[in-house]
Write a protein that binds this ligand. Structure first.
Ligand code: AMP
Ligand code: TRP
Length: 328
């Protein structure tokens, strides 16, 4: 079984990324041949600082290994180190419609939030489809926010197969059972996000313990005092999900223990559980990040391994689409 996922090297990664991203990557790396890609080409689709991109890429590489990816089992690499992605994205543009891209909610949300809307932001899902399809992927572990992009990838693959002959395997998204969508602490109707959440709205994986305590204790809760999930209690429901991810316990067990103790006691317990979950990750991260040459060596190996798998798919795409090819 082939597994592929991508993550952007922008800003501080959040507890939501740990839940929908990193934690799932580690769980899937034993189930097959796994590829995890630092998608730097995606990061230039919104305003970014070119002086920070290289460091953010190494930060994220260190975080991927710190959260448990094993370079011997998983292929971890940087998207721009394998030129096949950009080429495949251009080819797939021929079988992706303007109408489908315009309907993507991530495009709608991000284009409203920025004054300059780049054409890259619009084409973003086509590049993501290329990432996935080049590796003949079966499973894509992601958070709930990526569901629409994974569905689009399937549609694009089906259209390519129907028009040019069957070439792509059809991938399916895999979403975690708890914590597929961690919400903003100050506004639990929106997802916790590196780019759009305020400082108090997001828990960063590298936040010091005092910051985590402060943010969790200040999190918006709801009226009443019962610790139980319900659509009328988005704040408390979110804290229960966070606790479930941090401890590996079921939401039901957490409700059983804290239902009657009041919000204050529960929040204090959530903060300590999150701190205990993040501390060892932060320690491993600091150790790995202190040796950039070693990270670059691991990424170079990853890119070489990735290209061996993507190159035959790209060549088959050119062939199927009827391009004149030069003799080898
Ligand atoms: P990104 O940082 O946008 O590249 O996201 C990397 C991964 O984290 C993707 O699989 C996302 O679906 C996942 N993710 C991001 N935010 C959240 C969230 N608030 N809850 C759960 N998963 C998330
Ligand atoms: N769009 C994804 C996100 O923002 C990142 C991504 C890019 C991705 N390419 C991918 C995820 C391929 C899964 C598979 O989270």
């Amino acid at each position: 079984m082939r597994i592929f996922s991508g993550i952007q090297p922008t800003g501080g990664k959040t507890f939501g990324n740990l839940s929908g991203g990193f934690r799932q990557y580690v769980a899937t790396q034993d189930q097959g041949e796994a590829f995890f890609c630092i998608v730097d080409l995606h990061s230039i689709t919104i305003e970014y600082d070119p002086r920070e991109l290289r460091e953010s890429t190494l930060d994220l590489a260190a975080m991927l290994f710190a959260t448990g990816l094993d370079p011997h089992r998983s292929t971890v690499f940087v998207q721009s180190h394998n030129p096949d992605h950009a080429q495949a994205a251009w080819l797939l543009g021929a079988v992706t419609s303007f109408g489908e891209l315009r309907r993507m909610t991530q495009f709608k949300d991000k284009s409203e939030a920025h004054e300059f809307v780049s054409s890259g932001l619009f084409q973003y899902p086509v590049l993501m489809a290329a990432d996935i399809l080049l590796y003949q992927t079966d499973v894509v572990p992601v958070g709930e926010d990526q569901r629409q992009h994974v569905e689009l990838t399937r549609d694009v693959a089906e259209r390519f197969n129907a028009r040019f002959g069957t070439l792509f395997r059809l991938p399916r998204g895999q979403y975690p059972s708890a914590g597929a969508r961690i919400m903003d602490l100050t506004d639990p109707e929106r997802k916790m996000s590196t780019s759009t959440s305020s400082e108090m709205g997001k828990i960063l994986i590298l936040d010091p313990p005092e910051a985590i305590r402060r943010k969790v204790m200040a999190a918006v809760t709801d009226s009443g005092r019962e610790v139980r999930r319900s659509p009328e209690k988005p704040g408390i429901s979110n804290l229960i999900e966070i606790m479930a991810v941090a401890t590996g316990r079921s939401p039901e067990a957490i409700e059983g223990e804290y239902a009657d103790g009041g919000y204050g006691r529960f929040k204090a317990a959530v903060a300590e559980a999150v701190i205990a979950c993040l501390e060892p990750i932060a320690a491993r991260y600091r150790q790995l990040r202190s040796d950039p040459a070693e990270l670059e060596r691991l990424l170079a190996n990853g890119a070489a391994k990735a290209r061996l798998v993507s190159a035959p798919t790209l060549q088959a795409m050119y062939q199927a689409m009827g391009f004149a090819r030069l003799p080898d």
